[in-house]
Design a protein around this ligand. Structure first.
Ligand SMILES: Cc1ncc(COP(=O)(O)O)c(C=O)c1O
Length: 365
């Protein structure tokens, strides 16, 4: 029998199709300016304190980084009011999602996710042989009854993306409290709070840190890529029970977060003003877009993140391409099976106005 070279799970995977590089899009369409509003980055840029911290750290890049990110953990622990032992630091939230799968999944274990939601939950776990059960949204939000029906004695992990990517809406504290009291305690709940800083201004947004005491099998994910504006350096973190953090730290790569990234994150954490300015701009950008969608009668999800999901009533591939020709890149919803929806990130007011005027023209055509 011929040897099977690759992991058998890879046979079901599709290759990742990256967006075209900006320079290529410019050349192809004869454009001088492109606004990339497709990856939910912080268009205000990085905090000056993060940049300064990177400059200082440059002199030491002959040395390996701290493998346990000891200084960053100390700063974060003080900021959050938890112990350093509750934290796991990663090369972006994405690496941590992979680490979660590696820590918990044996072949045949079950995982519950919502749809539409962040695709990485599916890929990181199914690569390791997990069976992924998908529960579609109901009435434009999480179907928690459907979640409970999907859970059985083989369920290891259950993911709640809050705010949800790509829809941007939140699960409220009350909804989450109700759901978690009904969920078996041995199911590990991953609360993906990548967009936490934007959402926390909503009084209904859950204070998830309280679950560290009441429900130890909870893992909270946050990142420095969004409101903190250092996506290019890759730093994210998990807040969880000491027991889970210790197991995860055993599984992680030794030097997973580089020296510049650790220091940039410390700088960004100090600059809460930059985060506040980013959040303020975000809601201004969202308000301008919502005003336009309301005028045009377009349906959208109420967003508490730095992007918004809109029904453009045409195929999203067509709208995506037409917007790209005008110099605005968005994320088409057909990736999630929501064919007439697009996801657009917030931006500066100039970027936002440009998106609005381009979309207006595209919808008229
Ligand atoms: C919901 C969600 N979780 C996690 C991440 C991972 O972010 P990063 O790897 O940049 O920390 C993202 C990035 O877009 C996201 O949207």
């Amino acid at each position: 029998m011929k040897k099977q070279l690759f992991r058998k799970e890879l046979a079901q995977f599709q290759p990742y199709v990256p967006g075209k590089p900006i320079e290529e899009v410019k050349k192809e369409y004869g454009l001088t300016e492109i606004e990339k509003l497709a990856s939910n980055e912080n268009q205000l840029g990085p905090s000056p304190l993060a940049i300064e911290a990177v400059r200082k750290a440059l002199d030491d890049i002959n040395l390996y980084p701290e493998s346990t990110a000891v200084d960053l953990k100390a700063d974060l622990a003080a900021h959050l009011g938890v112990k350093p032992e509750n934290l796991v630091i990663g090369n972006g939230g994405e690496e941590l999602l992979f680490l979660i799968a590696q820590t918990f999944i044996n072949e045949g274990d079950e995982v519950v996710v919502a749809s539409p939601s962040f695709g990485i939950y599916n890929t990181t776990t199914s690569l390791l042989g997990a069976v992924v059960k998908t529960v579609p949204f109901k009435n434009k939000t999480y179907d928690f009854e459907g979640f409970l029906e999907a859970v059985n004695e083989n369920t290891k992990l259950l993911y709640i993306c809050n705010p949800n990517n790509p829809t941007g809406n939140i699960v409220t504290e009350k909804e989450l409290d109700d759901f978690l009291t009904k969920l078996p305690e041995d199911v590990v709940v991953v609360l993906d709070e990548a967009y936490y800083e934007y959402a926390v201004v909503d009084p209904d947004y859950p204070n998830s840190l309280k679950y560290l005491e009441s429900r130890p099998n909870t893992v909270i994910l946050r990142t420095f890529s969004k409101a903190s504006g250092i996506a290019g350096l890759r730093v994210g973190y998990l807040i969880t029970s000491e027991h889970i953090a210790a197991e995860m730290n055993k599984a992680k790569l030794t030097f997973n977060v580089n020296r510049l990234a650790q220091e940039a994150a410390r700088g960004a954490l100090k600059d809460q003003q930059h985060i506040a300015r980013s959040v303020e701009l975000n809601y201004k950008s969202l308000d301008a877009m919502k005003k336009f969608f309301d005028e045009e009668g377009l349906d959208y999800f109420e967003s508490r993140a730095n992007f918004i999901f809109i029904d453009v009533k045409k195929h999203s591939k067509e709208v995506f391409e037409a917007l790209m020709r005008k110099g605005v890149i968005v994320r088409p919803g057909f990736f999630w099976g929501w064919d007439s929806w697009i996801r657009v990130s917030t931006g500066t007011m100039a970027q936002t106005e440009k998106f609005i005027s381009c979309l207006k023209e595209v919808l008229k055509d």
